[in-house]
Write a protein that binds this ligand. Sequence first.
Ligand SMILES: *[C@@H]1O[C@H](CO)[C@@H](O)[C@H](O)[C@H]1NC(C)=O
Ligand SMILES: *[C@@H]1O[C@H](CO)[C@@H](O)[C@H](O)[C@H]1NC(C)=O
Ligand SMILES: *[C@@H]1O[C@H](CO)[C@@H](O)[C@H](O)[C@H]1NC(C)=O
Ligand SMILES: *[C@@H]1O[C@H](CO)[C@@H](O)[C@H](O)[C@H]1NC(C)=O
Length: 422
Amino acid sequence: MFTAKLLSSTLAVLLCASSVVRSQAPLEPDRVMLGAWLDTLPGRDTPKQFGERLGHNAALIHMAEDLPLKTPHLPPVRLLDDANTNAILYLSVYPTVIPEQLKDGDIDAFVAQIATFARSGRGVFIRLAPEMNGSWQPYAQRPIAYAAMWKRIVTAIRANSDTTGRVAFIWAPNMQLGYPYEGGVYSMNATVSAAETQALDTNKNGRLDTLDDPYTPYYPGNEYVDWVGLSTYWFGADYPYLTNDVPPSGSILKLIHGTGPGAMDFYQLFAERNQKPFFITESGAAFHQYRIQSPANPVNTGAVAPGPGALAIKQAWWRQYLTNTTFLDAHPRLKAICLFEYQKPEEITFRDFQITNDSSILAAFKADFEKPEVQSRYLFATVPEKKIVTDPDAKNSGFASVIPTTLGALMASALAAWAVVF
Ligand SMILES: *[C@@H]1O[C@H](CO)[C@@H](O)[C@H](O)[C@H]1NC(C)=O
Ligand SMILES: *[C@@H]1O[C@H](CO)[C@@H](O)[C@H](O)[C@H]1NC(C)=O
Ligand SMILES: *[C@@H]1O[C@H](CO)[C@@H](O)[C@H](O)[C@H]1NC(C)=O
Ligand SMILES: *[C@@H]1O[C@H](CO)[C@@H](O)[C@H](O)[C@H]1NC(C)=O
């Protein structure tokens, strides 16, 4: 179907337990893995189609699920198997209860599911309780309980020997932009104990403000984290986002390294200092198509001026990091990137983040991405000798899609809604 590139590194190592690699985190390759979060609702998109459009087998494919599990047979891993590659399953796991309410039985069921996936030979990234500093998550604003939950789950998974070397935990907060939200639906106003509130007030000035560290209170410790990651988006020049603007040069550097008072250099503090591989866990530049009433009622209420156009916006974004060899050289710990290949309503506009859907944008992307000096940085999945059946016990062919979260999709994600289709 598409070129099966020979790999020297982890994707291959994964299926070959005896190989020896230098001291690396689980699933850490020598190059950068590229994958995507796709709209896998029926008739929309599939990992196989994504690979065909890109001309390479995605190294990882994102899927999401809630914890407690609604069923052990979601997300739709069958779609990953259909692509017939050894791509890693990159699973975001969203607890739907506050950490203290997660029962041992809920964790046991989750361990059993992940052990089943791992036994199939499929590598699994677990982005556990991501964007944990967002007020919209039930596990947010409780850094002490959050870290305890994290340790409990990691310990339970690691205790199952089927997961050894095949499962990696990614600790991934949201980008710093706008922390802490004040006012309205994004307010950090959950009722939590005084100890939790004090843990968030990192500069101990008696209040939560922009000078507080949005990340560290939630960090469970090096021993419990395999990879670190960050979601990075471009939505436009000004909030609320209603104009189409090209991201100024250095935009992604600002997100990863921080800028201005109180800004944290995430890459330096968590990837470099802690010596962890770094994962750009979600990324995209928004092209605003039209205004909507709300994400729940995304009726077109008028066009948004295209401004410089979708190509100029998206191209400027990918050229800042994905196809930028200077950037890649400067960030040797960057080992994985997940594209947010979605079109969706968020806040007050309908947004298109895709770079592999529109043929002219895809062609422009390939022109940059296929350059040998760029291409040689990346790693793709290969066709396994024997087809992987990630979830052999799945009894039906149903599949589901979780409404994806981005910083701009807080309301939608607060609903954490699953659309299950059979
Ligand atoms: C691809 O783009 C077209 C045109 O914008 C859109 O109608 C379609 O839904 C997109 N496909 C996916 C999978 O989002
Ligand atoms: C979460 O933290 C990120 C930075 O880590 C920040 O941009 C975002 O605004 C925070 N969200 C909330 C709700 O505090
Ligand atoms: C915080 O309070 C506002 C109203 O003041 C409300 O709309 C919002 O849902 C609350 N947020 C949380 C996370 O409880
Ligand atoms: C490429 O990356 C470097 C270093 O990270 C940055 O200074 C430069 O502006 C980037 N190039 C583009 C086109 O964004």
